[in-house]
Design a protein around this ligand. Structure first.
Ligand code: ZN
Length: 249
């Protein structure tokens, strides 16, 4: 469970607005979906890159707010998140490369959402077809008497097996997606290595179909840092797949 114990007050350099940031006593890492591009669905933790909008209209980073010593949080607000519709504006107006990078990373996740919807629908259909085929091949052959004694003679139940077919739709990024990803790669060059770049760099190169470079970038990531990502990413690069993939099959 995520539990908040008090707030840290901060101030923005643009207009001196005072904000508050929750202090977490405990954190839940639950998410209903985890994707190779780092997107978490239904996460209880902030699942973005710290881009916020000040009340004066300025786009800023939560990490760029200056901490205050006082603790009177009465008039302080939690800085507003930036909606997906505002991301192009944030990219255009960003004052620093770091702010622009955060906006472009949020935009990258957002632009992958239509593919995620396609992927879910495809996987649901495939799972339903696998289950239907199994049920047709394993009909309930119990006698009436066996059926009545249902604790001893259970109905045959479908269980997903590890060797069932698991496929996903072809990922064909739009020009807008490709341009955004290319811009992120450039921004990683300008801003240096952030904690995001180690995972995002191989993923973006792979989504762009630049497999050799993706492999090279992946080799710089210690598998112990992100074992699941490392395994799945290496496999996708080897198969020359560009799709962002959900870890839960
Ligand atoms: Zn401001």
């Amino acid at each position: 469970m995520t539990r908040v114990v008090g707030y840290q007050l901060t101030t923005a350099s643009c207009c001196g607005a005072v904000f508050k940031a929750p202090r977490f006593a405990s954190i839940s890492f639950f998410a209903s979906e985890i994707w190779t591009d780092g997107y978490l669905k239904d996460s209880l933790m902030p699942n973005d890159h710290g881009l916020r909008r000040c009340q004066c209209g300025e786009f800023l980073l939560e990490s760029g707010l200056v901490k205050l010593d006082r603790a009177d949080a009465k008039d302080a607000r939690i800085p507003e998140r930036v909606s997906s519709a505002e991301l192009p504006l944030a990219i255009a107006l960003a004052r620093t490369a770091e702010i622009k990078l955060a906006a472009r990373l949020d935009y990258w996740h957002y632009l992958n959402h239509p593919y995620r919807a396609e992927y879910r629908a495809h996987r649901n259909d495939e799972e339903a077809a696998t289950q239907a085929a199994w049920e047709a091949a394993n009909p309930d052959q119990r006698t009436e008497a066996e059926r009545l004694n249902r604790f001893v003679n259970r109905m045959p139940m479908y269980k997903p097996s590890n060797d069932r077919p698991i496929t996903f739709p072809v990922f064909a990024p739009t020009t807008q997606q490709k341009e955004n990803m290319a811009a992120i790669i450039e921004l990683f060059g300008t801003t240096g290595r952030t904690h995001w770049s180690l995972l995002y760099f191989p993923e973006i190169l792979r989504e762009l179909g630049r497999f050799d470079e993706a492999n090279e970038a992946l080799s710089k990531l210690d598998p112990k840092e992100a074992p699941m990502f490392h395994l799945v990413s290496a496999n996708l690069i080897q198969k020359r797949q560009t799709a962002p993939v959900r870890y839960q099959p």
